[in-house]
Design a protein around this ligand. Sequence first.
Ligand code: GLA
Length: 523
Amino acid sequence: MKFRTCLLVILTLLLTAPGILGPASTSPRADPASSTDEPGILTPPAGDHPRINGPRIYGARPGKPFLFRIPATGQRPMTFAASGLPQGLSLDPQTGIISGQVATPGTYSSTLTAENSFGKASREFRIVIGQTLALTPPMGWNSWYIHYHRVSDTVMRQAAEQMIATGMADYGYSYVNIDDCWMVKVNSDDPEIGGLTRDADGRLLSNKRFPDMKAMTDFIHAKGLKAGIYISPGPETCAGYAGSYSHEAQDARTFADWGFDFLKYDWCSYSTKAAGKTVDDYKKPYTQMWNELQKLDRDIVLNLCQYGMGDVWKWGAEVGHCWRTTGDLGLERATSLPGFYSIGFSNATHWNHARPGAWNDPDYILIGWVGDAHKQGEGTATSLTPNEQYSYMSMWSLMASPLIFSGDMARLDPFTLNVLCNHEVIEVNQDPLGRQARITRQTPDQLVLTKELEDGSVAVGLFNLSDKPAQLTVSWADIGISGSQSVRDLWRQKEIGRFERTFTATCGRHGVVFVRLASYSER
Ligand code: GLA
C-alpha cells in the first residue's frame, strides 16, 4: 500500500473506530482520566443467519463417550446436519449435540451444517480419535473467582443454563467447572460442609451442597456441555477441604463414575508429602493422576495447577493437557498495569512449549462481575477499563490459553459478553495449528505478539502498555512475512485495507489493536 493510501486508512480508522483513538463512546468501566479513548462495544452482533463457531478440530479416545455440541449463532429454531461422521457417532438435528463413541482410531473429516429460515452455514470439522485430548485450548467457566467457598450444585446448574442462555456456548464455551470447596471441609463443624470426608470404603464424599454429583453432571451433559472438577494431591485442598492423598486411583474412578470431563489438580498441602524440590518431586503427583486417568473408561482433560514450579512448561505435556504457569491471577497485585499483564508477560515467554493437547495456562478471564480473591467476598464489577479488557482477551487468545471465564454467569452484561464472544478473536485462540504467539517486541511501553495460523495468516496483537494513546507499528520483517497483506481488525470484524511492509495503528491507553494479516492473493 502506498504511503498516502496507508495514511488515509489510518486516518479514517482514527476518526471512525472508537478503540483506535476515536470519539468517546459509552464506556462501562472507563477510568475517568482516560475516558476519551475508551471504546464501547466493538464486537458486531451475531446476525440471524447461522454461523458455526468454536473449534475446527476435536480429539477423543477410542471407545470413550463422545460429546460435542455444535456451537452456532443465528436465529433459533435451527437444525443441524453432519456428513462424514465416523461410525459410532450420531447427531441430534434439533440440539446439534453429537454423541456416541468411536471404536477405530483415525482422523475423520466431517462437514457440519446449521440451517434456519435465514439460510445455511457449513464448516469442516476434524474429529481425531487417538490418545490426545484438548486439541484446542479448553473453553468454559470456573466457579472460583465468584463463588469461592459458597459454590453449590445449584450455582453449577445455573451456570450451565446461563452458558446456553447467554449464547456463550454458541461460541465454543463448553466446560462448566467446579473449583475448590465441593468436598467435605477437614475439621469443620459446620453441618453443611463438615463431617466424614470419605465413606467406609474410602470413597470421597461431596459436601451437602452437592447432594448428587452424577445427577448434576447429567444435567450439564444433557445440554451438550462438559463438567469439570477440582482437587489437590495433598491431604487437603488450598481451602482446607479433603484432598486425594493416598486415594488417587479411587478418586480418579469416582470422578469418572460421577461423569466429569475435566480435572484441575492443584498442589496445595502436597509440599508436606513431597520428598524434595526436584523436577521429579514436582512431577510425581501429576504422573500418578495422569496414569490413573488413562485407565478410565472416560476422557478427562487434566489441568495442572502448581503455579509453574520446576518449570512445568518443560514437562507438563507428559502428564497433563494444560498447566498453570504462574501464581493465582486474582491475587496478582497491580503495578502501573493491572495484574493480568504481569501474568500474561510471564506466560508469553513459554510460547514454544504450547501445542495441540498441551497448553500454557495463565489462569482465568476475570472480567464482568467478579469477587476479590483476597477477600473471597461477593462480586463487584471489574475495575478494568474497556481497553484493558480487550487487551486481556486478545492476549489470552494469542497465547492459545484456555479461555475460562470465572466471573458471575448470572450477571453477564452486554459489554462483558462482547469481550468473551467475538468469534474472530476466539478463532485465533482455537486455531487448529495450535501455536502460541511469539513475543515480537516487548518494551516497557509496548508488547507485540504474533501467532501463526493454520491457513497461513498471522494474528498480531499491538498492545499499548503506556498511560497515553500511542502509535504502534509492526513491520513484515519483524514477523517474517512479505508482500502485500490484507489487514483485518478482529474486534470490529472489519477489513482495514491492504498494506506493504508495515502496519501502524494508534492504540488507546492500555489498549490493543488486534489484527489478522493474510497475503493479499489469499483473499
Ligand atoms: C489455588 C488455585 C486457585 C484455586 C484455589 C482454590 O489457589 O491456584 O486457582 O483453585 O486454589 O482453593
